[in-house]
Design a protein around this ligand. Structure first.
Ligand SMILES: Cc1ncc(C[n+]2csc(CCOP(=O)(O)OP(=O)(O)O)c2C)c(N)n1
Length: 644
């Protein structure tokens, strides 16, 4: 209450209403040691209702997490504090994941709970054996993503996932009854969950319900009936307690109601001691766990430690270099989705923590290599996840899998459906989560399925997302390089945009040097001084090369620059960019997508050959002709500009 009051903004309602739930959970159940908030076998606590962040910060402070001082509580919502408006896992020790967009936390928790079971299947009960607790609000359960999440968790029987729902019946506009009449208990039960209702202010009832949930063979929802802003004389139970400071009168009234006579931020010793004790209760368990880890054979222990720390294996670069040599010896004129499968056959062996999956497009995304087995309900030894037709749920679960530790998740669908996954992809970018999105059917090149399935603005939209890296490889070698870059990256996500249609292999060089690492490089130099540069990505590199040939036949020399990652290229130092862009007077970009973003390479006067609106349904070769994305069109536009 004091922190929200001091910040003059924030949400006191949830912290006050859910304090009883959190107290029982943190003092009686949660397995953690405040001295080491990153201990791999700790229970995870996810505050899905991120607006109630002060509850979490108060808990981290009281249990004694290092750095979570009372000063941080006083600096709530201030720049560079460890107490930002919504919880950020990269700012605050003890925060498991960034939350704030309602629904993300509960959906991310599914990934945490799944990773726990998968790692348990690999390393056994004595190293991996913990619960994932979620505190969710009405808003979390109203969001559509919650359905994808609970359906997946229920199906997979993730019985170590326990959701405590702050069932206070209030949101911003007023009582929930003005907009919702779902029976959440029945909904969860229909999705294969246990679901019970309790009084969320009765510590005994909370304790009994969690104890029972821990023994369940299904995930559990505990609907905790609470009063928002519990204790505030007038605002309790109303939307006024939700998102604004209580104000001095209500604050004083609430403190009086609780018999609290201490100054703001002052915590009496007896209470401080009791919480400090709670913060230490996992210490013995952690020490015993460390002993068990030490008792493992050295190699196994080192591998476990490497994986949970997120360090990539030694063999990746070597495996990719060898694959590239093989591709040079035996060129593959295949779709880049197929090239990705070829790369994965090698990479999945080199990177045992890579876990693949698809939102029900496995045969189209080419993500399930022969060496991977799928996990199934109750059986978690495997490295492939059938996420079902749940793109958003998949992307959020991937965040949880990555944040849990021990795995690198790669999930797939069609590029156009990144729209369905985008809010979770944005969290991955913001929170620096190294997930990989395998997005196939990346342009009008998918053909007959038509404009609903043909992405045109998606590359630009993804490139605009800070810290998201987008690769659109041109052939099998660039695809292997893109996979290498995606997996070597540990500070953010990568999208691979891959074709449905076959492409010629344009690269003739193998070996360890990764040309895609600068985002763009000269693929085919001019024979003499270049009069134009053609930049292209993915399937249009082939068109750029054909245009180069056509122009050469007319003694007009141009160079071709392949741009597998426009955003990575634009992030290069100016010198590198200048060198690759070159000084040929005419600049052309060819990409079967909208122009947005390309001006930073070709300038406003550059020639753009691509899409100017939505696609159409037809065989892909007809579409390329129809939309004028052809070598002839490129050559003609270059010559016309030259002759101006
Ligand atoms: C996806 C998303 N939409 C909208 C919001 C804005 N928002 C923040 S809190 C809130 C109401 C939440 O009500 P409830 O979940 O019942 O929380 P309580 O009022 O009980 O604290 C809304 C709409 C958001 N954070 N995320």
């Amino acid at each position: 209450m004091d922190a929200v009051e001091q910040a003059k903004s924030g949400h006191p309602g949830l912290p006050m209403g859910a304090a009883d739930i959190a107290t029982v959970l943190f003092t009686k159940f949660l397995k953690y040691d405040a001295a080491d908030p990153t201990w791999p076998d700790r229970d995870r606590f996810i505050l899905s209702a991120g607006h109630g962040s002060m509850l979490l910060y108060a808990l981290l402070h009281l249990t004694g997490v290092k750095g979570m001082t009372v000063e941080e509580l006083k600096n709530f919502r201030k720049l560079d504090s460890k107490t930002p408006g919504h919880p950020e896992n990269f700012m605050t020790p003890g925060v498991e994941t960034t939350t704030g967009p309602l629904g993300q936390g509960i959906a991310t928790a599914v990934g945490f709970a799944l990773a726990e079971r998968m790692l348990n299947a690999e390393y056994g009960n004595d190293l991996v054996d913990h619960y994932t607790y979620v505190l969710a609000s009405d808003g979390d359960l109203m969001e559509g993503i919650s359905q994808e999440a609970i359906a997946l968790a229920g199906h997979l029987k993730l019985n170590r996932m326990i959701v405590l729902w702050d069932d206070n019946g209030i949101s911003i506009d007023g009582p929930l009854s003005i907009s919702d009449s779902v029976d959440q208990v029945k909904r969860f039960q229909a999705c294969g969950w246990n679901a019970v209702r309790i009084d969320g202010h009765d510590p005994k009832a909370i304790q009994r319900a969690i104890a029972r949930a821990q023994k369940s063979d299904k995930p559990t929802l505990i609907a905790c009936k609470t009063t928002i802003g519990f204790g505030a004389p007038k605002k309790a139970g109303t939307s006024k307690a939700h998102g604004e400071p209580l104000g001095s009168e209500e604050l004083a009234g609430a403190k009086a109601a609780f018999g609290w006579s201490h100054a703001p931020f002052e915590i009496p010793d007896s209470i401080r001691d009791a919480w400090a004790k709670a913060g230490k209760k996992g210490r013995r368990l952690r020490k015993a766990w460390t002993d068990r880890l030490k008792a493992r054979p050295a190699e196994q222990r080192a591998e476990f430690e490497r994986r949970v720390k997120g360090v990539r294996p030694q063999g990746l670069a070597d495996a990719v270099a060898k694959l590239k040599d093989r591709l040079v010896a035996e060129p593959q004129n295949v779709a880049t989705r197929k090239a990705s499968e070829i790369a994965l056959e090698v990479i999945t062996e080199a990177v045992p923590e890579l876990v693949l999956g698809s939102a029900d497009l496995t045969p189209s995304n080419n993500t399930k290599t022969k060496n991977l087995t799928a996990i199934s309900p109750g059986s978690y030894a495997g490295r492939y996840i059938h996420y079902g037709i749940r793109e958003h749920g998949m992307a959020a679960a991937m965040n949880g899998i990555a944040l849990h530790g021990g795995y690198v998740p790669a999930g797939a669908t069609f590029l156009v459906f990144t729209d369905y996954a985008r809010p979770a992809m944005r969290i991955a970018s913001l929170a620096g989560i190294p997930a990989v999105y395998v997005m196939t059917h990346d342009s009008i090149g998918l053909g007959e399925d038509g404009p609903t399935h043909q992405p045109v603005e998606h590359l630009a939209a993804l490139r605009a997302m800070p810290k998201m890296r987008v690769f659109r490889p041109a052939d099998a070698i660039e695809t292997a390089e893109a996979w290498q870059m995606a997996l070597e990256r540990t500070d953010g996500p990568t999208t691979l945009a891959l074709t449905r249609q076959n492409l010629p292999q344009v690269r003739k060089d193998g070996g360890a040097r990764n040309l895609s690492a600068t985002g763009a490089y000269e693929l085919s130099p001019a024979n003499g001084k270049a009069r134009a540069t053609i930049f292209a990505s993915g399937s249009e590199v082939e068109i750029a090369l054909a245009a180069q040939k056509l122009l050469a036949e007319q003694s007009f020399e141009v160079r071709v620059v392949s741009v597998p990652s426009l955003d990575l290229f634009l992030a290069q130092p100016e010198k590198v960019r200048r060198e690759i862009i070159g000084d040929a007077p005419i600049k052309v970009a060819v990409e079967a997508a909208v122009r947005f973003g390309w001006d930073s390479v070709i300038g406003p006067d550059g020639i753009f050959v691509g899409m100017h609106g939505f696609g159409a349904s037809a065989p892909y070769k007809d579409l390329y002709k129809h939309f004028g994305i052809t070598a002839e069109a490129v050559a003609e536009k270059v010559l016309r500009t030259h002759n101006l």
